[in-house]
Design a protein around this ligand. Structure first.
Ligand code: ADP
Ligand code: ZN
Length: 439
């Protein structure tokens, strides 16, 4: 335990003690929501739940779920569980459709959040000797300020570059002896790409850790990032509604994301029947905030699809893990009856050539009214200089990709190659899916 600071001690507590704490906190959180949020009282009344029947965490399955649309419908302050004088910050989810979801934070909420990010940083092997460069956007998006506060809490030296300004990112990584960078995986791809263009040598830096999250990414992407730069890439997970990044993070085993379940109680439910599923089974991740005072959420449906891994982890942490988010339920594409996830496309492309990291998925209606799925793939500069003027070789390469996509996913893809640098780069969350089926 001496290796870890006191803040990370809850990661290692005996499971029975953790369950006791969760139980106690859950009852208080439920009471807080019930007593302070009129909307929540109505929800329980609608579902005919008698609040006095909630006596322990085991009763949680009697409670209704809170959905993303509920947060939109109660915009902006309908879920507030405290008086405004206690609220010291708002964030908003980056959702692009309709009204944003705004989340109010009290001092205690920000403290818990910073503590969780700090516990992630400890798990990534970082301490006061590290220099953490934050490449998530600062602002309403939780990425920037979340990593910033957590970095300071861990006593790292924080370099708040924010998203964009790739040239400056590289300059500071080198000049300020940055040891860890936090940004979206897609933005880091852009940084890698730019480094390659300007002849930046990663070996001339002290960078050792990458902290990537806020969007899905694959094991193949991890391998690409690590082999290009020599750093170790860690997954960090979170969502604004629950606090922000750092609801969970990987440890050095890289075998799932540990959830800080002393603060955020996770469940997996069947997304159709909403029945709770046992650990190990895939379904929708649901969270109950155990400590939040600004906007406590009881059984909030994240729409993220994953499973809980309850087996002990090699790192010794007793808090449970979740598997990689395979997809958001909104991102699953049903093409001619087959379920398609963007991650499958990414895995297939990177299996053909680890540099095929720039791609887009376009959906449209074909002649017979059937769905057409097209993958546009940007050639790497090496591949382009190798094959660029040879149409036969290009066609062979294109077919190789199309076949890999078909064997991975089980359906035919229209596959199109585009020249290097033809696709827009991401500074934050990247848009991969373009759905034109209703146009
Ligand atoms: P929005 O829902 O508008 O994107 P957030 O910025 O709060 O709002 O993003 C949270 C969502 O981002 C999560 O629900 C999840 O879908 C995705 N996400 C965050 N971290 C990860 C991660 N490490 N892997 C996969 N998806 C992630
Ligand atoms: Zn672990």
């Amino acid at each position: 335990m001496t290796k870890y600071n006191m803040l990370s001690a809850p990661d290692f507590m005996p499971v029975e003690r953790l369950r006791d704490i969760q139980n106690r906190k859950f009852l208080a959180a439920f009471r807080r929501a019930y007593e302070n949020v009129a909307w929540y009282r109505e929800l329980l009344a609608q579902h005919q739940v008698d609040p006095s029947s909630i006596k322990s965490l085991a009763d949680i399955s009697k409670l209704p779920f809170i959905k993303k649309t509920d947060l939109r419908d109660t915009y902006p302050n309908g879920m507030l569980a405290t008086s405004m004088d206690k609220i010291i910050r708002y964030h908003a989810s980056s959702g692009t459709t309709g009204k944003p979801i705004v989340v109010p934070y009290t001092r205690e909420d920000l403290d818990v959040w910073a503590e969780c990010v700090s516990r992630c940083l400890t798990a990534f092997g970082l301490d006061e000797n590290d220099v953490l460069q934050v490449g998530y956007g600062y602002g309403l998006f939780t990425g920037g300020l979340g990593l910033h506060d957590g970095g300071e809490r861990r006593r790292c030296t924080v370099v708040p570059v924010s998203g964009g300004n790739t040239e400056r990112h590289l300059m500071f990584i080198r000049d300020l002896n940055v040891t860890a960078i936090a940004c979206t995986p897609s933005y880091f791809l852009h940084i890698i790409d730019h480094a390659q263009k300007i002849g930046f040598n990663w070996k001339d830096t002290k960078l050792k850790v990458g902290i990537f999250g806020a969007e899905p990414w694959t094991e193949e992407m991890r391998q690409f990032i690590e082999s290009e730069t020599g750093i170790t890439a860690f997954d960090i997970y979170g969502l604004t509604e629950i606090s922000g990044p750092g609801v969970g993070g990987e440890c050095s085993s890289h075998a799932g994301v540990h959830i800080f379940e002393d603060h955020f109680y996770p469940e997996i439910v069947d997304p159709d029947t909403l029945e709770p599923l046992p650990d190990g089974e895939s379904g929708e991740l649901v969270f109950t905030t155990l400590d939040k005072t600004g906007m406590p959420l009881i059984r909030y449906r994240t729409r993220d699809i994953t499973k809980i891994i309850a087996e002990p982890c090699a790192c010794g942490r007793t808090i449970r893990r979740i598997g990689r988010i395979s997809h958001r339920s909104d991102d699953m594409m049903i093409i001619r009856g087959v379920n398609v996830f963007p991650g499958q496309v990414e895995s297939a492309l990177l299996a053909v050539d680890p540099g095929l990291v720039n791609y887009q998925i376009h959906l449209s209606k074909g002649d017979a009214g059937l769905d057409v799925i097209e993958v546009k793939v940007e050639l790497t500069r090496e591949k382009f200089s190798e094959l660029g003027d040879n149409t036969t070789s290009l066609e062979i390469f294109r077919r190789l990709i199309a076949e890999k996509l078909k064997s991975t996913v089980g359906i035919n893809f229209k596959t199109t190659l585009v020249e290097p640098d033809a696709m827009p780069r991401s500074q934050g969350k990247i848009k991969r899916i373009y759905d034109n089926r209703n146009q």
